[in-house]
Structures are given as C-alpha cells and as structure tokens.
Ligand binder design. Structure first.
Ligand code: BYC
Length: 325
C-alpha cells in the first residue's frame, strides 16, 4: 500500500501518507533516498547531517594546528591520521546529505555565509599539547556518546555512515586518553598542563550536546522521526557519568564544585554549562569563530582551480563522447 501511495501524486500534507511514513519509522524500517518523506524530515536531516559534516572539517583545524608541534614522530603520525580520518568523516557525511537533494556547493555556501552551524566546541583554541589529549578524550568522547545511537537513526545513508565513523572515533578517544595518561604520569608541569586542559575544555564539551531539554527546539520532532535517538540532557548525563571516573583514574579533578554522585538517580549531579556563553559562541562571538570560518573560506577559494579544472575536464570528455557518437 505504501508503494502505491508514493506512486500517486500525493501532497506533503496527505494524512494517510504521513501516517504510513510514521508507521515505517515506528517499525524501525530504514528510510532510503528514493522513498517518499515529509519535507520537514528531509530538511531536518540536511540541517543535522550538514552541520555534522561541517563539524568534522572545521574540527580538523584546532588539531591540524598541532601536527607540526607534536612532541615525537609517533605522536605526529597518529595525530596526522586522526585529522585525515576527520576529513573522511566529513566526506561520508556530505555524501549522505547529497542523497537528500542538496548539493555540496550549496552546503559549503551555507557554512561560509553563516546560515549553517558547526559544533560550538571548535570555536575554542588549543593552547598546549595537553589540549590534543583533552580534545581526543573529551571532544571525541562526547562525539561518540552522541553518534553511537545515531547508528540506529531512521535515515539509511546517515546510519550507515555513522557505523564507520564511530569505529574511528573510538580510536580517536583512546589516543586522546593515552596522551592524558602520559601527561599525568609525567613531570609536575605536564600534569598541571593536563589539568589546565581539562579545566578549559570541560564545559565546552558539555555544550556539545546542545541546550538543555527545556530549551531544545528540535528534539521532540527529531526523536519522533528517529533522527535523534536521545535527548540532549540524557546524553550529557551519560557523558558525565562515563568521564568522571576516567578523570579520577588520571588523578585530575573535574572543575565543578557541585559534582556529586547521586545514589538515587544512579548518576552524578553536576553544574550546567554557562548557557549564555554557548549562545554567544553560536552567534559568532567565541574566541576562534572568525579565524575558523576565514580558514575554511580561504581553503575553498584556494581549491577553486582544482574544481574548475575538474569541471573543464569533465566537459571536454562529454564533448568528445558526443563527437564520437
Ligand atoms: N554547537 O534544538 P537543538 C564532531 C544548535 S562532534 C553548535 O537541541 P538539535 C567531531 C542546533 O543546531 C560534533 N550548534 O538542536 C568530533 C539548533 O540550531 P539550528 C558534531 C548547536 O539539532 C571530534 C539550536 O542549537 N556532531 O563532529 O536537535 C573531532 C537548538 O538546539 C549545538 C553532530 O553534529 C552545538 N554544540 O540538537 C572532529 C552530531 N548544539 O540548527 C569532529 C549530530 C545545538 O536550528 N547532531 N546547536 O540553527 C546532533 O545530534 C544534534 O544536531 C545536536 C543538536 C545534539 C548537536
């Protein structure tokens, strides 16, 4: 019946079509690119997948900054591989977004004009080598917490991209924790550096999960469509519960006076991030917003000759093919 309906000239607000679509979601069926979908579902996916893709490629910048300064050849090779992985994640995600009818050029235009966001975390600077540890441990740790459930998301191409991304992210998280372990077992100055990185990156990492549930605009609809599998606060709580024992193992203290195990809820009570800072960063006023966006725009401009060359080559081949027919 569903197949018959998609063949018909049904409109977006056809209740029977919407009901059948929701039934497929509720039945955990995957939605594929050629399937009928409500316009809101398609737009929400483009927004979320596009922002996720942008986060991956902007996320390369704070770490790319440290490739030339990694303390050993081995650390340099590992960091280089991690940053390359992130380029790959961006590519899978841009491809997944393209299946929804948006072009790569449009996605980049929206990033460059500020109409599309990327994760707030990447607007903070990476000041010391310990930040490479803290980014891997906390930022990739938060990313995995959010992305593991997304492997079950309702849109097939997004869910499948997420499987590989999660495998690589868990390696990234471990390499970050490994750097932290080395720093914490090192000299007093190295341990101090590790503590300082945790102090600066703790709250920005908590912000990665988005505003608290009462202020989240999209959660309710996105969860009904299984574009999002958990609320922002659920994932933030899971992240805190997982990360606090890891900090204790390192001998570091989480910069939160209110952090306390709550037996009744079986999780930690903890302080909320400063949400005014979060919204300010989203508006473009974080410490590195301008620098990050300018770097991306410059990379796009610098790559113009490659795009033009490839398009010219494709056009030439098309003409040659027509001439040969
Ligand atoms: N930063 O209604 P809400 C990574 C925006 S990790 C910036 O809760 P939603 C990586 C939100 O877009 C990061 N903006 O929204 C790791 C919305 O504004 P718009 C990437 C944020 O979408 C290591 C408004 O606030 N991961 O890639 O239901 C190395 C209201 O929020 C943020 C993903 O993108 C934020 N932190 O939930 C390299 C995972 N939080 O769009 C790379 C997929 C919220 O209406 N995305 N906003 O203008 C998601 O799971 C969800 O989109 C979010 C937000 C949980 C992030």
């Amino acid at each position: 019946m569903y197949a018959q309906m998609i063949k018909s000239e049904a409109t977006q607000d056809d209740p029977a079509l919407l009901e059948a679509f929701q039934a497929r979601i509720d039945d955990n069926q995957k939605i594929e690119p050629k399937d009928w979908m409500p316009e809101g579902y398609r737009k929400t996916l483009i927004r979320q997948i596009g922002q996720h893709a942008h986060s991956e490629i902007v996320g390369q910048l704070p770490e790319g900054n440290w490739i030339t300064r990694a303390p050993t050849l081995e650390r340099k090779a590992i960091l280089l591989a991690k940053v390359q992985d992130e380029a790959g994640h961006g590519l899978y995600l841009y491809c997944a977004a393209e299946t929804l009818g948006v072009s790569r050029d449009e996605l980049f235009e929206m990033l460059h004009s500020g109409r599309m966001k990327y994760s707030s975390i990447f607007n903070y600077p990476t000041l010391t080598w310990a930040d490479m540890g803290a980014v891997g441990w906390l930022v990739d740790g938060a990313a995995i917490m959010n992305q593991v459930p997304l492997q079950r998301t309702s849109y097939g191409p997004y869910a499948r991209a997420m499987v590989r991304i999660c495998k690589e992210e868990s390696f990234h998280q471990r390499q970050g924790y490994d750097i932290m372990m080395k720093m914490c077992k090192g000299t007093d100055a190295q341990k101090k550096m590790a503590q300082d990185a945790l102090n600066r990156l703790w709250y920005p990492s908590l912000m990665m999960f988005g505003p608290s549930d009462k202020d989240s605009v999209h959660s309710e609809q996105s969860m009904a469509w299984k574009i999002k599998m958990n609320t922002n606060d659920e994932l933030r709580q899971k992240f805190v519960d997982q990360t606090v024992p890891q900090a204790e193992y390192l001998g570091l203290s989480v910069p939160d006076e209110n952090l306390k195990w709550n037996e009744e809820k079986g999780g930690y009570d903890f302080s909320e991030p400063d949400w005014s800072e979060f919204y300010d960063v989203l508006k473009g006023n974080g410490p590195c917003n301008t620098e990050r966006l300018n770097t991306r725009k410059q990379a796009w401009a610098d790559g113009a000759w490659v795009r033009e060359g490839m398009l010219a080559h494709a056009a030439k081949k098309r003409i040659a093919k027509v001439a040969a027919q």
